[in-house]
Design a protein. Structure first.
Ligand code: FDA
Length: 304
């Protein structure tokens, strides 16, 4: 009940305005978000790098409806790439196609994304194209393949273990040497596309993770689920797969204990670090994933 209440609240405009524009709101968002500005993102990246984590930076924003909106969102990524290079940070960027123009027109989305990937390639960096709901799966894969052809190694995407098609998509991307982030999947999908049972999603995640870490392609295992992580650890130990052949990825502020213990055990861990003024829906979705976090947040809200 609490979960669906929080999801409902994530769409509430009044609460959003209130929290996004007030000091206490910005203070609690710091649990899951680096801050509102580019400087905040760079500062927290430096802190995470100092601890031994690599980072993927995500400029928060919902789907944009105009070309100006798409270009403004893309500009933040261009600035980010330059700042990462200037400070030699261990960080890349994650983009959502709908956040940089795909819903305005596919031509605009493709052009804006190509410009970001070209910029990253010039700086020897990397762009991860996040995966959205199933209406975007094929277009995301096709664009990633096209850009990988133009800028080999500078772009990769995400596959979701809850989709039936992901087995085939894994082979399709690995064949081309395209880097994959594997996650369980975060969108509401029907049984025509996705396994309805969590046990099947988990089973598929382990199978796909084993396939990816056995390949020659450097992939990211994105999960906070200790069962998935243990399965990967066991598999790589049994098969003598070196720890630098893949990485674990987790969201900023989620299971920080686990993130640190993986680092200590000699694994690579990349933290997905969101920032920006549009933090409210992202923040509420993280609370909904684990409503116990609400208590932590409320305690902090009333601390001076
Ligand atoms: P699961 O949801 O089963 O949770 C396992 C355990 O993790 C929980 O029992 C709890 O202990 C802990 N946990 C999870 N969320 C928590 C929280 N908010 N606070 C505290 N503990 C928490 N999805 C997508 O569709 N497209 C994408 O591009 C991406 N990108 C992406 C990048 C990265 C780096 C991560 C980590 C995740 C994504 N995702 C994503 C989201 C992903 O699909 C999935 O929805 C979430 O990671 C939750 O699934 P888990 O694998 O963590 O397991």
């Amino acid at each position: 009940m609490m979960r669906s209440f929080l999801i409902t609240l994530s769409h509430n405009r009044t609460l959003r305005k209130l929290l996004e524009q007030t000091g206490p709101g910005r203070k609690v968002s710091g649990r899951f978000v680096a801050g509102t500005t580019l400087d905040d993102a760079i500062r927290v990246t430096e802190e995470l790098n100092a601890e031994g984590f690599s980072v993927s930076l995500d400029s928060l924003g919902e789907s944009v409806a105009t070309e100006a909106g798409a270009r403004a969102a893309a500009e933040i990524y261009h600035l980010l790439l330059d700042r990462i290079a200037a400070k030699s940070l261990n960080a890349n960027v994650s983009v959502k196609l709908t956040g940089i123009g795909l819903d305005v027109s596919s031509a605009l989305g493709e052009q804006v994304t190509a410009e970001i990937v070209e910029h990253a390639a010039r700086l020897n960096n990397f762009v991860r194209i996040d995966m959205e709901g199933t209406p975007y799966t094929e277009v995301t894969l096709k664009l990633t393949e096209h850009l990988h052809g133009r800028f080999p190694g500078a772009v990769g995407t995400v596959l979701q273990a809850y989709l039936y098609r992901t087995n085939d998509d894994t082979e399709r991307l690995l064949r081309q040497g395209i880097r994959i982030r594997l996650c369980k999947g975060a969108y509401k999908e029907g049984p025509e596309h996705a396994f309805p049972e969590k046990a099947d999603v988990d089973r598929n995640y382990v199978k796909l993770a084993e396939r990816m870490v056995s390949s020659d392609v450097y992939c990211g295992m994105a999960t906070h689920d200790e069962k998935m992580i243990s399965a990967v650890e066991q598999f790589v130990t049994q098969h003598g797969i070196a720890h630098d052949r893949f990485e674990f990825q987790m969201l900023f502020g989620v299971r920080r204990d686990l993130q640190r213990s993986l680092l200590k055990r000699g694994y690579r861990v990349r933290v997905y670090l969101p920032f920006g003024t549009d933090w409210y829906p992202y923040f509420m979705r993280r609370l909904a994933e684990r409503p116990a976090n609400v208590i932590f947040i409320l305690k902090n809200l009333f601390k001076s």
